[in-house]
Design a protein around this ligand. Structure first.
Ligand code: CP
Length: 302
């Protein structure tokens, strides 16, 4: 893992994924370590973020590292027309590791080819969000005691939602059964279903989820990704298509946990928040420990 970029979750093997989960637990037990002392992390957010950016910053600061970068590309020379290639070449001269979020699919892979230091993909368009996936796996492991043989329900925008794409690929190591619930216009892309077919992993597709939640171990809700729609009217048609309400959880399994990468808009009613099965805020907290584990592994510090 040392000096390896994390661009796609498929860059990490099953053993490497399990190692991150194990390390995240160690960091949760002991979060204040000086492992990043003397290290500088470049944090380049070309797209907005609350959790990913701030949990990386928290992780870096708790580990004694320092941060350079921007949270708004309009304050960078990208607005003067500087290319991503040149930006990455500059920042890799200044830092030991780069965390980057970009609106274009493939931008993180391209950056990793230009950079002299490892790149961590903090989300590239509708493609991948591998650090979210590692915190999701840590959350699933913590709540279920295993990653194996789980019934995972994914609901909402499965077309543009990068978190479900990365999570699907990572869970494929652990023999899951998937249920995909989406409007027809936002179905899981064919390439991901073909990937599951190639691994003999079962999946079922639905357009409604009101009466099918009894078997779920993990209910992964997602936001309809307004920023990825070219036609605003298409977004309006689907934006509130699924709303999870507390009353819908009555016949669900005791071990069910509701995850959401956040931010939520309307897809989880606030009456779910106090249900012990709601786990999305703890999930976001787990992001600090998972990101500590990722950075420490990539920098060869653990
Ligand atoms: N889950 C996630 O990526 O949230 P942010 O967009 O706030 O970083």
């Amino acid at each position: 893992m040392k000096n390896k970029s994390l661009v796609s979750i498929s860059d990490f093997s099953k053993d490497e994924i399990l190692r991150i989960v194990e390390l995240a637990a160690d960091f949760e037990a002991n979060p204040n370590q000086d492992l990043l002392a003397g290290k500088i992390v470049g944090s380049l957010f070309f797209e907005p973020s609350t959790r990913t950016r701030l949990s990386f910053e928290t992780a870096i600061q708790r580990l004694g590292g320092r941060i350079i970068g921007f949270s708004d590309a309009s304050s960078s020379s990208a607005t003067k027309g500087e290319s991503l290639k040149d930006t990455i070449k500059m920042v890799s001269n200044y830092s030991d590791l780069i965390v980057m979020r970009h609106h274009r699919e493939g931008a993180a892979r391209y950056a990793s080819e230009q950079s002299s230091v490892p790149i961590i993909n903090a989300g590239d368009g509708a493609n991948q969000h591998p650090t979210q996936t590692l915190l999701d796996l840590y959350s699933i492991y913590k709540t279920q005691g295993t990653l194996e043989n789980l019934n995972v329900f994914m609901v909402g925008d499965l077309k543009y939602g990068r978190t479900v794409h990365s999570l699907l690929m990572a869970m494929s190591h652990f023999n899951p059964t998937f249920n995909f619930i989406s409007p027809n216009s936002l179905k899981m892309p064919t390439e991901y279903k073909m990937f599951l077919d190639s691994k003999n992993i079962k999946y079922y597709e639905h357009t409604e989820f009101t009466d099918i939640l009894e078997a779920a171990d993990i209910l992964y809700m997602t936001r309809v990704q307004r920023e990825r729609f070219s036609d605003h009217l298409e977004y309006e048609k689907v934006k509130n298509v699924y709303v999870l309400r507390n009353s819908m959880l009555n016949n669900t399994k005791n071990n069910l946990r509701i995850l959401h990468p956040l931010p939520r808009v309307n897809e989880i009613h606030t009456d779910v928040d106090d249900n012990p099965k709601a786990y999305y805020f703890e999930q976001a907290k787990n992001g600090v420990f998972a990101r500590m584990a990722i950075m420490a592994s990539i920098l060869g510090l653990k």
